[in-house]
Design a protein around this ligand. Structure first.
Ligand SMILES: Cc1cc2nc3c(=O)[nH]c(=O)nc-3n(C[C@H](O)[C@H](O)[C@H](O)COP(=O)(O)OP(=O)(O)OC[C@H]3O[C@@H](n4cnc5c(N)ncnc54)[C@H](O)[C@@H]3O)c2cc1C
Length: 672
């Protein structure tokens, strides 16, 4: 095995690499004779006939590779070199797409680095195939997939309350701003602290690297959706065992998340209190949770189950597991609203999704805060052990310009991946920066049903089971449904020959997909790559995490079978698959036999990498959020959490941010 964690530069991208990448796309999406049942149907015939080359996907993917992060670029360069040397470009291979798939499979079997590259190229190619839209706003393959058309359009876009004022500075040689407090990141944590600091009378500037996309402006296209995710949704750990989903836009994760609003368990609060977060186990934090709950309008009345969740509830009930209706920050008046394509972004005129854009950031601006999008912060600046501000670049009306914000108080709230990277680049925070990364590994299993599920239709998640949260040495997982974007599903599902993949995608509307969201026992870490950007190290090397992953796959498979699925499969590297009539126990055994290196987890929750705590050797900031080694720098986001809460973290992140904001305001008022 050639996989290592060394981050060395190797940018050998060139003509051969481009050729290999295009050939990989052609192998994944070859031009095919239409299936027998497609003959005579022009849409279906074109679905099979027009592959990556006819649709320009091969060229688009090759052109996009240089925009990927260094880890992925290096992996793809290495794969391309390996494939070219193995005859991938030879005429015989070109004439046999299935032989090329076999070569890709063999490359991924032998090396996790190459597997990561294969998975990335597949995600890009298949994602483009099913997600790209033409000038009419549609994709010609959607009818073949039973998908679309995207349904809801606001009648009068731009109406209140989605009118957050976000500024774009005029071009200048360097943009220089001043404030009492500068907040880096406008998501769950940053939004709260910006509001509370501004309401306390401090001048506040909020900077977010992502774009400002109001609800009403969103088109609900999967392709557009990528623009509001960190790394355009294509971020993986170095060995590819963990995929990362995180929001990157004004509003951060709150703009695109599933709105599950759960409070942290008491035992976690007690653990964190014992590690130096005073009051977290008692009424003080209860009040902070209540404030968040109330500002976001969290309720269960507006939570409605779609077919995907209903199938999950059936599976749970058949196995004797309980479920609960999820509280969510979905604030439909009249509680009967049920929007289609919710996972593709709320476009409802009333802004049903209570993201920070329509709550805390709105409050912040109402109290005088200024919000800027497209502002990438490279460093926190420090003099004599105290914060002096931040530097980076900002999108102006006339392109990118250098940015400097002078401010004695800096709130680092760039999320669990980017906050530690910012501190590492700045050389502050001490030895714990980037360590202790918790991810809530999510294990995903899909069932194929006889009837239409259309998992993209309706509310993303509306039910949960807590019955399996302590099944492996005290650890376990939540059971929640999952509304997978069709691009994610097509990209991450097991590698298959071109025809098999095309045939399978036609059943997409009958897929129900659920996940076990695990409370991680082990941890990963964030380091800097050779370009000074965040790179993620995570392997499934913790035995408890591995056994929880196996158990999650097995339990979800059992639930699917109990709910009536006719076929069940996973996102593991090997295409483990059960079909009606086959030996189900043998399938469960096969799931248990899958070695750790062949597992794939996804994370939508990145936490703990700048943890709060009393001990500066293992924590970055004190129990109230201020850095141990640099006064005036505060950790304000999910990276502050000492461990994973074991429930979807947004409410916890926001309540801890409420607590940090109180301490920050009190400290500033005291003068230091
Ligand atoms: C698909 C998805 C579904 C989810 N569903 C749920 C759910 O249902 N319930 C739940 O509780 N949680 C959910 N989460 C998780 C939740 O959204 C996050 O835990 C939460 O948003 C984290 O808040 P944060 O403040 O740490 O970071 P974020 O909200 O991620 O905000 C960080 C912001 O910082 C910006 N940024 C990053 N680097 C820089 C930089 N260098 N300079 C300037 N800006 C920068 C980013 O653009 C981003 O907007 C989900 C997440 C995802 C991705």
């Amino acid at each position: 095995m050639t996989d290592t964690h060394t981050l060395t530069p190797d940018d050998t991208a060139g003509a051969t690499q481009d050729e290999v990448v295009r050939a990989v796309c052609d192998a994944l999406l070859p031009s095919l004779e239409p299936a027998a049942d497609a003959l005579g149907d022009p849409v279906l015939e074109a679905y099979y006939r027009d592959g990556a080359v006819a649709r320009g996907i091969d060229t688009a993917v090759a052109a996009a590779v240089p925009t990927l992060d260094a880890t992925l670029r290096r992996a793809i360069a290495s794969l391309a070199e390996h494939l070219a040397a193995s005859g991938f470009l030879d005429p015989a291979a070109a004439a046999d797409p299935d032989a090329r798939i076999a070569m890709l499979r063999a490359a991924g079997d032998a090396s996790l680095t190459h597997r990561n590259a294969v998975r990335q190229l597949k995600s890009m190619a298949m994602g483009t195939f099913v997600n790209a839209v033409d000038e009419t706003g549609t994709n010609p393959v959607w009818p073949a997939l039973g998908y679309g058309p995207l349904a809801y359009r606001p009648a009068t876009p731009g109406e209140t309350p989605k009118n957050l004022r976000v500024e774009t500075p005029d071009a200048a040689a360097e943009i220089v701003l001043t404030a009492d407090v500068v907040v880096v990141g406008s998501g769950a944590g940053g939004g709260v602290i910006a509001a509370r600091a501004a309401q306390a009378g401090l001048s506040v500037i909020v900077l977010d690297a992502g774009p400002h996309v109001t609800d009403a402006k969103r088109t609900q296209h999967g392709a557009e959706g990528g623009a509001v995710f960190l790394g355009r949704g294509g971020l993986f750990s170095e060995t590819g065992q963990m995929g990362i989903l995180a929001g990157s836009a004004v509003g951060g994760g709150t703009l695109i998340n599933s709105m599950v609003s759960l409070r942290p368990p008491q035992k976690i609060r007690e653990l964190w209190a014992s590690e130096g977060l005073e009051g977290l186990d008692g009424p003080e934090f209860e009040a902070q949770l209540d404030r968040v709950w109330s500002r976001l309008g969290v309720n269960t009345e507006a939570s409605h189950h779609n077919a995907n969740t209903r199938a999950m509830i059936t599976g749970l009930a058949e196995l004797g597991y309980a479920h609960e209706r999820l509280p969510r920050n979905f604030v439909a008046d009249g509680v009967s609203e049920f929007c289609p394509f919710c996972a593709e972004g709320c476009t409802h005129q009333q802004g049903f999704r209570a993201s920070t854009v329509v709550t805390y950031l709105d409050d912040a601006v109402a109290s005088g805060a200024r919000v800027f999008a497209g502002a990438w912060i490279d460093r926190v600046t420090v003099a004599d052990g105290s914060a002096t501000g931040v530097t980076g670049t900002i999108e102006t009306a006339d392109g990118q310009r250098p940015l400097r914000v002078d401010a004695p108080t800096v709130v680092v709230a760039a999320g669990g991946i980017e906050s530690p990277a910012l501190l590492l680049r700045s050389g502050i925070g001490g030895p714990a920066v980037g360590e202790n990364l918790r991810l809530h590994p999510a294990w995903i299993v899909t069932g194929v049903y006889d009837e239409a599920i259309e998992a993209w239709h309706g509310q993303i998640q509306s039910a949960v089971s807590f019955d399996l949260t302590e099944v492996v040495d005290g650890e376990g997982f939540l059971v929640e449904s999952l509304s997978l974007n069709i691009g994610s599903w097509a990209g991450l599902s097991p590698l298959a020959e071109g025809r098999v993949a095309r045939d399978r995608m036609r059943s997409f509307d009958r897929y129900a997909t659920w996940h076990g969201v695990a409370h991680d026992h082990g941890a990963g870490r964030v380091v800097l790559d050779e370009e000074g950007r965040a790179a993620l190290i995570w392997d499934l090397d913790d035995d408890i995490d591995y056994r929880v992953g196996v158990r999650a796959h097995q339990e979800l498979a059992r639930m699917h079978k109990a709910a009536g699925a006719k076929e069940i499969f996973t996102f593991l590297w090997r295409d483990l698959r059960w079909r009606d009539g086959e030996d189900f126990e043998a399938f469960l055994d096969a799931l248990a036999a899958e070695p750790p290196r062949d597992h794939l987890a996804m994370s939508a929750h990145q936490m703990g990498s700048c943890r709060l705590g009393a001990d500066p050797t293992v924590s970055v900031a004190d129990g109230r959020g201020q850095l141990h080694d640099t006064s005036g720098v505060w950790i304000g986001d999910a990276s502050a959490l000492p461990t994973a809460p074991g429930v979807n973290p947004m409410i916890t992140v926001m309540a801890v941010a409420e607590r940090t904001a109180e301490a920050l305001v009190a400290t500033v008022r005291k003068g230091g």
